[in-house]
Design a protein around this ligand. Structure first.
Ligand code: SF4
Ligand code: SF4
Ligand code: SF4
Length: 421
């Protein structure tokens, strides 16, 4: 029962009465369930967002309310057991991407996103993080990256990208204006993204740099729910930024990394407020708008039907909704077609929140992706672009799994290829 007590302590200590009062406002209307892609694809009532929070509610009631204590004493409510904690660990880590869509639709304004994070914090304190995810976290603690991108691996990969695509990648430049922080997903799996972003920033004449100490923007502590790990990974980035004296940090194509750094970091570390933190999607749109880079109109109009997958953390939460559309309306005005629903209401890819890192969650993750397949097929698209490499990883993996014949790409790569030299 030690694990259970630790989880309960953390739930109660983290949120106190706030979580309880939030959940008390719930009218059980079911709108959050209808909005959740895990529930939509399975109709499993346990995947309803509010049910994923049930353990939080029970923990608070049993510890603090007279009614809760009474109900537990006479056996109406069962005491939370280790098995319950293990079960809710699966519900929260396997079947939630922390995409925040449920929070957006709740008519009572319940902050479901924050509450779901709180559940993860309690589970992390109880040592109930799925093994695969925990292994990735520890790799990031020890090696600096969950994908094994140590300093020497990073060094040789960047050297190779610079040679292969004949592009200059400024490293550890003191006095640069902008620090660009890539994810290991890009450096290790989608190196064309690194080359593309370098090409764009160089063409715009930006004074930018990457940093060997701030080389990994992915934050597995954020997925895990352990604030100390989360802060450790953020601090590495801010220390790197401070060392180089930059004013601005540009997060590349990773949704959760952007959420962690842009929205979580200012609440956790005061140094976050020393920098302007922006996403590459906004940077590219600004460069196009100001004429610092020029794009060939209609460059992608012969690719068939192209669509945009809206990433929850960049479009819905980050607000970069119009920017990718402005770009696509220049480079693909005829081939670009929207999926339905889109923008804030878009359906999540199903691989975020660490879900793709958990092998045991694969069947659930594939099941959820069938919603995306329907969306893409409905408009007959054969090419899908996006602004998040984690989404791209999920799309690429699901293409293999479902034997799909789509072309998947990142928006930065499209912009770089369509630039007028
Ligand atoms: S949408 Fe809000 S009020 Fe409705 S069931 Fe979900 S949490 Fe409760
Ligand atoms: S955050 Fe997203 S995945 Fe998680 S419960 Fe809410 S809608 Fe579902
Ligand atoms: S990977 Fe992309 S779509 Fe999936 S949860 Fe993250 S931001 Fe959302």
């Amino acid at each position: 029962m030690i694990a259970t007590q630790q989880a309960i302590n953390m739930f109660v200590q983290e949120t106190g009465g706030w979580a309880a009062s939030q959940l008390e406002a719930c009218t059980r209307c079911g709108m959050c369930a209808e909005a959740c892609h895990f529930y939509q694809s399975s109709a499993n009532p346990e995947y309803a967002p509010v049910w994923k929070l049930e353990i939080l509610k029970r923990a608070y009631e049993q510890r603090f309310t007279l009614v809760g204590k009474f109900k537990t004493a006479i056996g109406i409510d069962k005491k939370i057991t280790d098995q319950d904690v293990a079960h809710w660990s699966e519900l929260n880590y396997y079947a939630c991407t922390v995409c925040n869509k449920c929070a957006m639709v709740c008519p009572m304004g319940i902050d479901l996103g924050t509450l779901l994070h709180t559940v993860r914090s309690g589970l992390a304190a109880a040592g109930m993080v799925p093994e695969d995810l925990e292994t990735a976290v520890m790799k990031q603690v020890i090696e600096g990256s969950p994908l094994g991108m140590t300093a020497s691996v990073w060094d040789s990969r960047l050297e190779w990208v610079a040679d292969e695509w004949e592009v200059d990648i400024p490293r550890d430049v003191k006095g640069a204006d902008t620090l660009v922080v890539f994810t290991s997903i890009e450096v290790m799996k989608f190196p064309t993204n690194v080359a593309a972003i370098a090409k764009i920033l160089n063409a715009a004449g930006e004074k930018w740099t990457v940093s060997s100490s701030a080389r990994e923007v992915v934050n597995f502590g954020f997925y895990e729910g352990d604030q100390e790990h989360e802060k450790l990974f953020m601090r590495r980035l801010f220390d790197g930024a401070k060392e180089l004296g930059v004013k601005r940090i540009v997060v590349t194509e990773c949704g959760h990394a952007y959420d962690a750094l842009r929205f979580h970091a200012p609440n956790l570390l005061s140094e976050a407020n020393d920098y302007e933190i922006v996403h590459i999607t906004g940077v590219m749109a600004d460069l196009v708008k100001s004429g610092r880079i020029k794009l060939q109109e209609g460059f992608y109009d012969n690719v068939g039907t192209l669509t945009l997958h809206d990433a929850c953390k960049i479009q819905r939460k980050g607000g970069y909704i119009q920017e990718p559309r402005d770009i696509l309306n220049i480079i693909a005005p005829k081939s670009f077609k929207e999926m339905t629903p889109n923008q804030e209401e878009a359906i999540c890819c199903g691989g975020g929140g660490g879900v793709i890192a958990i092998k045991a969650a694969d069947p659930i993750r594939y099941d959820v992706f069938t919603l995306k397949i329907d969306q893409v097929n409905k408009i007959g698209a054969n090419m899908v672009t996006m602004t998040c490499s984690n989404c791209r990883l999920q799309f690429t993996d699901c293409m293999d799994h479902f034997k799909l014949d789509w072309k998947i790409t990142g928006l930065a790569q499209m912009v770089a290829d369509a630039m007028v030299e």
